[in-house]
Design a protein around this ligand. Structure first.
Ligand SMILES: Nc1ncnc2c1ncn2[C@@H]1O[C@H](COP(=O)(O)OP(=O)(O)OP(=O)(O)O)[C@@H](O)[C@H]1O
Length: 266
């Protein structure tokens, strides 16, 4: 394994019945980078994310995260292994799902505390203080801690989901469509937040998105899923030179032009 890879996916196969989603998929995610995963709808971006974090059992392949083979044991055994061990690899990443995936019956603070309650042997006062810190880190007002998810705007719900993903002070952050459904200003603010947190906390970020602005604003590298595998990885500049019809249409289409940073303007 490359010393600097924190996630290594090799020869991954995923299928649902007769539908083959991934076949022979390889991917490396490097320490400290923001990697954006793009691809047509149904190309398997979310299934890839879910495979890496153990929510989707692949048909074949190897996935190594932070030096640990995550597919070695049956999921039930892994669940037991996790226990209260804060060093278990599953406790060294955080996931923010598209809709925030918050518990509707819990306040924001209780949602952020939930992973800590499960994994960390710390007292209630420390847990609350840590949760409030996470809530502040994602730019939510302190008063948001007492609110229920139904009382939040879409943007606030995303931030609350992010606060929960950061609950265990992860090394890797997985984000599934972080800006989907946000207005352009909120989306841009969220992009800035991702970059600021990544830098401040030294995170590695695995980000699934359709949002070209997010790719421009946040990503060091981009991986394109096509033909059941990762077709190409590289910087945005490299994407612009890829000779593939889908990649060309995606990065050179009308929306791509709108997302390009303007150059040489007075
Ligand atoms: N639990 C499941 N059961 C059956 N099929 C599934 C399941 N999850 C995903 N699929 C199928 O796997 C394929 C890839 O789905 P996935 O959600 O990863 O695509 P995606 O690239 O994230 O798409 P989008 O950009 O639209 O979110 C799709 O054909 C989808 O229907």
């Amino acid at each position: 394994m490359d010393e600097s890879s924190v996630i290594t996916v090799r020869n991954l196969t995923n299928r649902f019945g007769k539908t083959l989603v991934h076949q022979g998929l390889d991917l490396d995610v490097l320490r400290g980078e923001v990697l954006g995963v793009v691809g047509a709808s149904g190309s398997g971006k979310s299934v890839l994310l879910r495979s890496i974090v153990g929510l989707q059992r692949p048909a074949a392949g190897q996935i190594t995260v932070l030096g640990t083979e995550v597919l070695t044991d049956p999921p039930t055994d892994r669940e037991e292994d996790r226990g209260d061990d804060p060093d278990a690899v599953q406790n060294r990443w955080g996931v923010m799902f598209q809709d925030g995936a918050l518990f509707s019956s819990l306040t924001v603070r209780e949602n952020v505390e939930a992973p800590m309650r499960e994994k960390l042997g710390i007292d209630a006062a420390t847990r609350t203080a840590l949760a409030d810190l996470r809530i502040a880190m994602v730019g939510l007002p302190a008063t948001a801690g007492d609110l229920y998810p139904s009382e939040l705007s879409g943007g606030m719900r995303k931030r609350a989901g992010l606060a929960r993903a950061l609950a265990l002070d992860p090394e890797i952050l997985f984000l599934d469509e972080p800006t989907a459904g946000l207005d352009p200003i909120s989306a841009s603010e969220f992009d800035n937040l991702i970059v600021a947190l990544q830098k401040a906390l030294g995170l590695t970020v695995f980000l699934v998105t359709h949002d070209l602005d997010t790719l421009h604003a946040t990503c060091d590298r981009i991986a394109v899923l096509s033909g059941k595998k990762v077709l190409v990885t590289g910087t945005m500049a490299e994407m612009l030179t890829v000779d593939d019809p889908w990649v060309h249409a995606y990065f050179h289409g009308p929306r791509a032009h709108a997302a390009q940073p303007t150059q040489g303007t007075a």
